[in-house]
Design a protein around this ligand. Structure first.
Ligand code: DP6
Length: 361
């Protein structure tokens, strides 16, 4: 390694939006490699209100790997962090900065340490997929810092080992996580179905019903479902493969009616699997159920879907409307039934761009 002094620091900063699954990932066939039992499809959100921003730095003066999340130091000793770090170091390449007179050789990455600082602009573990944006950003930023030559798909398969749903946040727009067939997980990665510019009319409204940390994490919830639910097998083997094809078609054709029907049906089946788990897992609450009722009644009265709803591992509703006009009507209805700051808080989004390099120094 050529260096002017030992005081130098090389940094990279990335930003990852979160993503919302419209065909849910629920259940692993390999816990260690995080390989799912079915394909899933998601929308990447614009990063305005729900994203992670991560800066990774390397310096010979660092004596160990360290990470801070929202300003507080966290341990990197967990297996998921370690796997991501190992895999990125293994694929690292030479980095040179002529201005600073620094050359970091491929083999230097094994002994150099990194400091990582990450910020989420939304409540962690509030059922709003914070781990998705977090791991996507961590892996992407370290990959930039260490000059990985791999394409985004390959980078997504590293992020998958941090948290499954994270792999979908590497791409913008409409993204599929292909479950893959290989036992080593090499083909279990994200694929972009359509860019964010493909369907720009969609407006996504998130109704935060509770920002409390969920009682059952996705990781343990899906493990219990795989162990005890009979419905999950039927869902993964029969329902999702057909539904995924239909969803891809609906997205390609910007067919909102089909998109909405499939999205609601998949959310409901995911929560049915949670109920079919022993002991049952309740992610939704009364307010979530009232939101479903409101949307279902509206859709039935119009004869065609006006709005789609989907709920992850928590009570918060993600509502997708086909255009701004319907989004405005939806907001009106939500505010009428749920007065502001009482039961829910509302934020709106559009389909957003991929994980980006924000700045490098
Ligand atoms: C309900 O990706 O958080 O949001 O892979 O164990 O980290 P791990 O789980 P995670 O699960 C997300 C589950 C979901 C559905 C989805 O995003 O597809």
């Amino acid at each position: 390694m050529v260096e002017k002094g030992s005081e130098w620091v090389v940094m990279a900063t990335g930003r990852s939006p979160t993503n919302i699954a419209v065909i849910k990932y629920w259940g692993k066939r390999d816990e260690n490699l995080i390989l799912p039992i079915n394909d899933s499809i998601s929308l990447t959100l614009d990063p305005l209100h729900l994203s992670a921003t991560t800066t990774a730095a390397v310096s010979p003066s660092f004596t160990r790997d360290r990470m801070w999340l929202n300003g507080k130091e966290i341990s990197l000793s967990g297996e998921r962090y370690q796997k991501c770090l190992r895999e990125i170091r293994r694929r690292a390449n030479e980095v040179s900065d002529a201005e600073k007179g620094i050359v970091i050789k491929k083999e230097d990455w094994e002994r150099l340490h990194v400091h990582i600082s990450s910020y989420n602009n939304f409540p962690t573990a509030a059922g709003l997929a914070s781990s998705a944006a977090g791991f996507a950003c961590l892996v992407f930023t370290l990959a930039k810092l260490m000059n990985l030559k791999d394409d985004l798909g390959q980078i997504s398969s590293i992020a998958r080992q941090g948290s499954g749903s994270a792999c979908r946040s590497l791409y913008g727009g409409f993204v599929k996580w292909a479950m893959g067939n290989n036992t080593d997980g090499s083909d279990s990665l994200a694929i972009q179905l359509a860019e964010e510019t493909h369907w720009t009319d969609l407006v996504i409204i998130i109704a935060v019903v509770s920002s409390k940390q969920k009682e059952t994490s996705s990781t343990s919830g899906m493990r219990e479902s795989v162990q005890t639910s009979a419905l999950i097998k039927h869902r993964a083997e029969t329902v999702v493969p057909a539904r995924t094809l239909k969803m891809e078609e609906a997205i390609t054709n910007r067919d909102f009616a089909s998109f909405a029907k499939l999205t609601c049906a998949d959310s409901n089946q995911f929560h049915a699997v949670c109920l079919d788990t022993s002991p049952p897992i309740f992610y939704m609450n009364d307010t979530s159920h009232r939101i479903i009722n409101l949307v279902e009644k509206w859709n039935i009265s119009e004869g065609t879907p006006q709005v789609a709803y989907t709920f992850d591992a928590g009570p918060n509703a993600v509502l997708v409307s086909p255009n701004r006009k319907t989004a405005a009507l939806l907001l009106q209805r939500l505010l009428f039934h749920f007065p502001p700051n009482k039961d829910i808080n509302l934020t709106s989004f559009v389909v957003g761009d991929k994980t980006i390099l924000q700045d490098a120094g």
